[in-house]
Design a protein around this ligand. Structure first.
Ligand code: SD4
Length: 321
C-alpha cells in the first residue's frame, strides 16, 4: 500500500513540515499543505534565506522567488523577484489558480499581488540593512559603487564586465552555507495527489533582477501525479541550467528509486560545475523518498519527512559527494 499522505522538506525546516503535515493529516490537499508549510518559513524568516529581511541584493533590497506546482493538473504558479510582498508562495498560489499564466516577475508581480489583496510593505529589516552595509563597507562593489551607504533599490554595481562572476560557484564567492537554504517541499495527500513548491529570498548580493532556480518549474520543484515529485536547493544560477527536479522525476519515471534519481540529478550538475553546492529531494508516488547532495563543505544535507508511520517529523541526514 502506498505511503500516503506524506511530506518531505529540504533542510531542517521542522515547523513548516509540521504545518504541512497537519493539513495532510486532516485530509487537506497537497497544494494547501505546501502553501501553508512554505508560508510558515516565510513568516519565521527560516535561516534568513526564506522570506523578508534576508539575502539583500547589490542594491540592498530583498526580493522573493516562489513556485507551486500541481502534479494532478500540471498547473504552475510562480513569482520571480517579487518586491515588497512577504507572502511569495501565496502569490504563486494566486498565479496558479486565478490566471492562465505560470510566472509573474518583479514590480509587475507586486502589482498583481496588490490587486489580489496582498499587503505591500518593505522586505528590508535592520538585519538585512546591516548585512548589506557590512558587504558594502568591504567594498565589494568597487569601482562602480556609489558613495552613499543607504540601501537604494535604484542602484546596483554595474556596468558589468564580461566574465564578471562567470563560472565560479556562488557559494565560493559567498562562502557560507546559509546562502542555500531555500525551502522546497513535496507532498502527497490522502487522495494520492502530488504537489511541490519552493520559497526563497535567493542569493545574497545578487544583481537586481536575478532569479534563481527556485521559481523555475522543473528546476526548483516539479510534480507529476503519475510519478512523484522533487525539489532542489543550492547554487541556483548553476542548478537551473540542468532542471534537476524535472530530471529526478523523469529518472523515477524510468524506474529509478527516489535516492538514485536524486543522485543522478545532482551528479549531472557536478560534471560541469564540480564546485557547486546543492541538493535534490525526491518523493515517489508510492511515498518513498530520498535525497542527494553535492559540495556542502563536508557537511551532510538534512531533509525532513513526515508520514503516517511517524509520531513526529524525522530529520534524515545525507552524505554529500
Ligand atoms: C537560489 N536556490 O536563489 C536559491 C537559493 C538557495 O537553496 O539557496 N536555494 O539560488
Amino acid at each position: 500500500t502506498p505511503n500516503h499522505p506524506v511530506v518531505v522538506t529540504t533542510w531542517s525546516f521542522i515547523n513548516s513540515t509540521i504545518g504541512a503535515w497537519k493539513v495532510l493529516k486532516n485530509g487537506g490537499s497537497a497544494l494547501n499543505a505546501i502553501e501553508i508549510g512554505a508560508s510558515i518559513c516565510e513568516s519565521e524568516q527560516c535561516d534568513g534565506t526564506v522570506g523578508y529581511g534576508g539575502s539583500p541584493g547589490e542594491n540592498g533590497e530583498t526580493t522573493l522567488d516562489a513556485l507551486l506546482m500541481d502534479g494532478k493538473t500540471m498547473n504552475v504558479g510562480a513569482v520571480g523577484a517579487i518586491r515588497r510582498i512577504k507572502n511569495a508562495i501565496s502569490v504563486a498560489r494566486h498565479v496558479l489558480e486565478n490566471t492562465k499564466h505560470s510566472i509573474l516577475v518583479g514590480e509587475l508581480a507586486t502589482e498583481f499581488a496588490v490587486q489580489m489583496g496582498f499587503k505591500e510593505e518593505s522586505l528590508n529589516t535592520q538585519d538585512s540593512k546591516q548585512l548589506w552595509m557590512k558587504w558594502h563597507n568591504e567594498n565589494h562593489c568597487q569601482p562602480n559603487f556609489w558613495v552613499d551607504v543607504t540601501p537604494d533599490p535604484r542602484k546596483s554595481c554595474g556596468p558589468y564586465q564580461p566574465k564578471y562572476r562567470s563560472k565560479t560557484s556562488l557559494s565560493k564567492i559567498k562562502g557560507d552555507r546559509y546562502n542555500h537554504d531555500t525551502i522546497g517541499m513535496v507532498a502527497i495527500d490522502s487522495n494520492g495527489d502530488i504537489a511541490a513548491g519552493t520559497s526563497t529570498n535567493g542569493a545574497k548580493y545578487k544583481i537586481p533582477g536575478r532569479i534563481g532556480d527556485s521559481p523555475i518549474p522543473g528546476s526548483g520543484a516539479y510534480a507529476d501525479n503519475d510519478v512523484g515529485g522533487a525539489t532542489a536547493t543550492g547554487d541556483g544560477d548553476v542548478m537551473l541550467r540542468f532542471l534537476p527536479s524535472f530530471l529526478a522525476v523523469e529518472e523515477m519515471r524510468r524506474g529509478a528509486s527516489p535516492t538514485a534519481a536524486a543522485q543522478i540529478a545532482v551528479k549531472r550538475i557536478a560534471k560541469y560545475y564540480p564546485e557547486y553546492m546543492g541538493a535534490v529531494v525526491a518523493l515517489s508516488k508510492d511515498g518513498e523518498y530520498g535525497a542527494a547532495c553535492h559540495g556542502l563543505a563536508g557537511m551532510p544535507f538534512p531533509f525532513v519527512v513526515h508520514d503516517k508511520t511517524m509520531e513526529k517529523c524525522h530529520v534524515v541526514l545525507v552524505e554529500c559527494t
